[in-house]
Design a protein around this ligand. Structure first.
Ligand SMILES: NC(=O)c1ccc[n+]([C@@H]2O[C@H](COP(=O)([O-])OP(=O)(O)OC[C@H]3O[C@@H](n4cnc5c(N)ncnc54)[C@H](O)[C@@H]3O)[C@@H](O)[C@H]2O)c1
Length: 354
């Protein structure tokens, strides 16, 4: 067994956002590790497939509650008293933050505040509080962000993630610093791809859906450069960080914020991602570039993750080709009605052998 992951056997881990993309992969992985996993989330969205295809409901104890409802959230945390909370629940789509600004703030800011408060009230020992690479103030100047960089956001999604981080810091300083300096951590990862994500306005799911449904493939911002990362990379980062938190192994004065970004070699344009995906699907398909952006988006975002390399021995494992190959293999298996639990397990094993 992997030296970082054996700690999860029989531990109680509560994952918020368990019906979502990252949450379903994480709950599946924790189940393989024989962890006693609790999920909190809204019911799976129409069109989403992962939670059901991976049979997560049978593998974990699932509560369908809204994290904006402090009373209900607190009841579950009080009852379950997990060893670790991994908070992933969010309104996670930038374009939807233009359509639903209040909803985005309520879930991402008030919901996250509720997680902190319930964790504090119930003396939860360990928390990984996931925000985003978009929490950094991004002026589109090709900067590579480190954990201490200035937070901010010029769209509501980014502002919600920056706000969630500010509240996290205030909680640390107001309530936790003296007794538990490093047991609550915030984690920031970049654009994540991998099998089963069906969200709208995310490039890889859009490409995969157009291949599965044989519909027109429309791409916006072909030149936009992103740090692409397989979903297993940040999840592995959270699991390693969780190991360090649970075992109390972090240096005493370390700051509680962690970047988990991809290798610079995985910085690729949207166009490169599309071409590589078509290659691995083994299909020639025309795609159309949409000129008019529906909303403002920054074109470059890159994280410096040296702190995680140094302090917790986390490093990205997959190169760009493996990242796309695994992703396409998963969607193609779905298209061909293969056993997706088997494919997912095989991909996790492949990842761990890297
Ligand atoms: N996927 C990415 O590329 C990416 C990149 C950077 C950061 N993130 C962050 O990682 C986290 C997980 O992302 P994801 O891609 O799995 O998102 P997702 O949209 O697939 O899943 C979101 C999950 O949160 C739950 N949720 C939403 N609102 C809720 C509410 N009010 N109460 C309870 N549960 C609620 C949903 O039910 C779902 O389980 C989010 O915080 C997201 O912002 C994701």
């Amino acid at each position: 067994m992997n030296k970082f992951l054996s700690v999860y056997k029989k531990k109680k881990v509560l994952v918020t956002g368990s019906t979502g993309f990252k949450g379903s992969w994480l709950c599946f992985w924790l189940h393989l590790l024989k962890c006693n996993t609790i999920g909190i989330a809204l019911r799976p969205e129409k069109g989403s497939i992962l939670f059901n295809k991976l049979k997560i409901k049978k593998k974990i104890k699932q509560y369908f509650i809204n994290i904006e409802n402090y009373k209900k959230l607190n009841q579950v945390i009080k009852k379950e008293k997990p060893d670790l909370i991994i908070h992933l629940a969010a309104q996670s789509i930038v374009s939807l933050s233009y359509k639903y600004p209040q909803k985005t703030i309520k879930t991402n800011v008030i919901g996250s505040l509720n997680i902190l408060e319930a964790a504090k009230e119930n003396n939860i020992e360990n928390l990984i509080y996931v925000t985003s690479d978009k929490c950094y103030l991004n002026k589109d100047n090709k900067k590579i962000y480190i954990e201490s960089d200035r937070l901010g956001g010029e769209d509501l999604y980014s502002a919600s993630k920056a706000s969630a981080e500010l509240i996290f810091e205030a909680y640390q300083k107001s309530f936790l610093k003296a007794e538990r300096p490093i047991k609550f951590a915030s984690a920031r990862a970049g654009n994540v791809i991998g099998g089963g994500d069906m969200k709208k306005d995310r490039i890889v799911p859009d490409v995969m859906k157009s291949l599965i449904n044989k519909t027109r493939l429309e791409i916006r911002s072909p030149k936009a450069v992103r740090p692409w990362q397989h979903v297993l990379e940040p999840l592995y980062g959270y699991l390693i960080l969780g190991n360090y938190l649970i075992k109390n192994k972090l240096k005493k004065n370390i700051q509680p914020n962690w970047n988990f970004g991809p290798d610079v070699k995985n910085i690729k344009s949207v166009k490169e991602i599309v071409l590589k995906s078509l290659k691995y699907w083994n299909i020639k398909k025309k795609f159309i570039f949409k000129k008019n952006k529906k909303f403002r988006e920054v074109n470059f975002l890159m994280l410096n993750s040296k702190k995680a390399y140094k302090e917790i021995k986390w490093k990205p494992k997959l190169n760009f080709d493996d990242t796309i190959r695994l992703t396409v293999e998963w969607y193609k298996s779905y298209y061909n009605k293969k056993n997706l639990e088997k494919i997912t397990k095989k991909q996790i094993e492949f990842f761990l052998k890297k």
